[in-house]
Design a binder for this molecule. Sequence first.
Ligand SMILES: NC(=O)c1ccc[n+]([C@@H]2O[C@H](COP(=O)([O-])OP(=O)(O)OC[C@H]3O[C@@H](n4cnc5c(N)ncnc54)[C@H](O)[C@@H]3O)[C@@H](O)[C@H]2O)c1
Length: 396
Amino acid sequence: MLTLIRRATFNRFLELLPSSTLSHARTGIRMTSVECRDQVVPKDEVVRFIEECMCKAGTTPEDARIVGHHLMTADYRGHFSHGMNRMQMYVKDIEVKITDPVARPEILTDFQAIALVDGKNMLGQVVGKYCMELAMEKAKRFGIGMVAARGSNHYGICGYYTMMAMEQGLIGFTCTNTSPLMAPTRSMKAGLGTNPLSMGMAASDNDGFVLDMATTAVALGKIELAIRKNESIPEGWALGSNGEVTRDAEEAFKASLLMPLGGSEHSSGYKGYGLALMVETLCGILTGSNFGPNIRAWKTSDRIANLGQCFMAINPEAFASGSKERLTILLKQLRDLPTSGEKPVLVAGDPERQHMKKVDTEGGITYHPNQLKASEEFAKHMGVQPMKLVSKSTNF
Ligand SMILES: NC(=O)c1ccc[n+]([C@@H]2O[C@H](COP(=O)([O-])OP(=O)(O)OC[C@H]3O[C@@H](n4cnc5c(N)ncnc54)[C@H](O)[C@@H]3O)[C@@H](O)[C@H]2O)c1
């Protein structure tokens, strides 16, 4: 079982490597995967490394820690596409002065359970944490708190904010708009982003569910992986430049037209499109941030992102008592359902829980060799100590 999880995790690294790292893979950096798979980076060391890089880039130590903890958490949960490998993008945005590393968020309107925040073009993780803390404070006073932000940037994994609320016994919800990458059903041009959302609630005994998902069928990274493996992509992932569904990974990457969750109209892709539009309404439309196709293109820094984000915290105690116990029962009932194959039924958050367990057992996070190489080079660029690897724990 553990071997299976390990293999799946390693494959996931490959899947989620950014294009720069994949091109390293193509050009063949010398660091054998066997060598690196025997070594891990302790979570604290990941945070230390990111923190130092962000400080060097110009953030306050406090904000650097927020970003460090967030990106480490993404890697810890197995979402490497939104972990440490995003740091370079944030640093670059600070270097070209398109993100402000020292501003503070400002509450623009505050009406009981609701507030509108201006993120002042700060790092998204700092804005996100600030807004979710405000929403939780309101939920404790009013039963529900909803905070929406404009003037924000890429804020990482949605699940981070949901879990902040869950840790306080609250239901968490968040979503963000993003750069246009999704072609709405019947369109051949990107009109919305991958617009992810997350909702979660804690059950008893540290259990719970955390739904955390993009509203596109897949992330662009999965198409990059298919190119590297010289594989075609499944139908329903992406359109080619001619607006037709394509199975050609190169063509899909060139066009960068992801299909909504569900794929084509025939397989109900309009539902994913609808969800993305729901996210856009809560984020861009409510806040006055950039929205839809008006957001800057992915990975460009020619103008500020001005993203919109939404955060909600709800106190379940404000409703019928016993919801935590009922959720515990439901999660068990779902996981105990008869299976159609060999794999057990999971609930949202289980794959991440399995990954975290593996990291804990092994004493740290296993990074892909090319990711390690890239971070070593980045350490030199930033003038900070590279990450120290330790031997993987074998006490299991
Ligand atoms: N900030 C941004 O701009 C941005 C954009 C897109 C995605 N993201 C983040 O990227 C991460 C990955 O998103 P994704 O859509 O690729 O996630 P995913 O497809 O890996 O998982 C989506 C959800 O499905 C659940 N899941 C997976 N397998 C399951 C199974 N067999 N049974 C039941 N549930 C299962 C997961 O626990 C998760 O909650 C998320 O953390 C998301 O917030 C961020």
